[in-house]
Design a protein around this ligand. Sequence first.
Ligand SMILES: NC(=O)c1ccc[n+]([C@@H]2O[C@H](COP(=O)([O-])OP(=O)(O)OC[C@H]3O[C@@H](n4cnc5c(N)ncnc54)[C@H](OP(=O)(O)O)[C@@H]3O)[C@@H](O)[C@H]2O)c1
Length: 251
Amino acid sequence: MKIVVIGGSGLIGSKLVHKLGEHGHDAIAASPDSGVNTLTGEGLDEVLDGAAVVVDVSNAPAWEDAAVMEFFTTATGNLLAAEAASGVAHHVALSVVGTERLTASGYFRAKLAQESLIAESSMPYSIVRATQFYEFMKRIAGDATDGNVVRLPPALIQPMAADDVAGAVGRVAVGAPLNGMVEVAGPEQFRLDELIRGVLAKSDDPREVVTDPQARYFGINPAERALLPGAGAQLAETRFGDWLEQQLATA
Ligand SMILES: NC(=O)c1ccc[n+]([C@@H]2O[C@H](COP(=O)([O-])OP(=O)(O)OC[C@H]3O[C@@H](n4cnc5c(N)ncnc54)[C@H](OP(=O)(O)O)[C@@H]3O)[C@@H](O)[C@H]2O)c1
């Protein structure tokens, strides 16, 4: 089966292309680097020729409110139109657990707009909502850093390994369209502040994590359970501690 992975050079995309290839699929990594740009439409008709499934795991290069909204709406619109014209049978997109609870952030308003465009289109579709990737923890710390201090709220978080995200997206991509949404999450819950404190300590990072219920997470102050999946979420296997040990051992 020809499966085009938009954002196939990214963190999730590259793992997904590899996994689909291992299962015998003709997985094509598509991104501006390989001449496919969903924002401008460049290269789309060519790469979609003969494709059965398109998986969109792209991400916006800039996260300011207007730029990220422009990215997810224009790119998704271009992609859905090109898929319909080339006879693609299934559109799969990766989104974020809790998106509708996080719309004080322009990023999440843009992800919600992306989801709505997909759901309202004529394409058979599946949306996979994942929790935060383990690989994203350093960026969370970076965004919350001021000098030597990392200020974070004690919100609950149930993150997962990027490898498990790619596995979950791949299984959905080769199945029948859900015409709906599925949630995937990690096996354990943490407090955001405690988790980042542990990661920095293990990495010999000298920054101090200060617990602050009013602190921002990418510009918003999430409610205690806003980042958690619902009861029906599929839970991945890789535990955070095991993942971190492996990362530190291979660093
Ligand atoms: N971070 C998290 O914890 C988290 C949690 C849940 C869901 N998600 C979602 O997961 C998705 C993937 O995230 P990621 O971290 O794997 O992304 P990433 O590593 O930043 O990769 C982004 C990909 O998008 C491609 N791209 C950028 N502009 C493009 C364009 N105009 N046309 C086509 N492709 C374009 C990039 O291509 P080039 O390499 O050629 O620039 C790259 O392949 C995002 O949609 C995000 O919302 C993230």
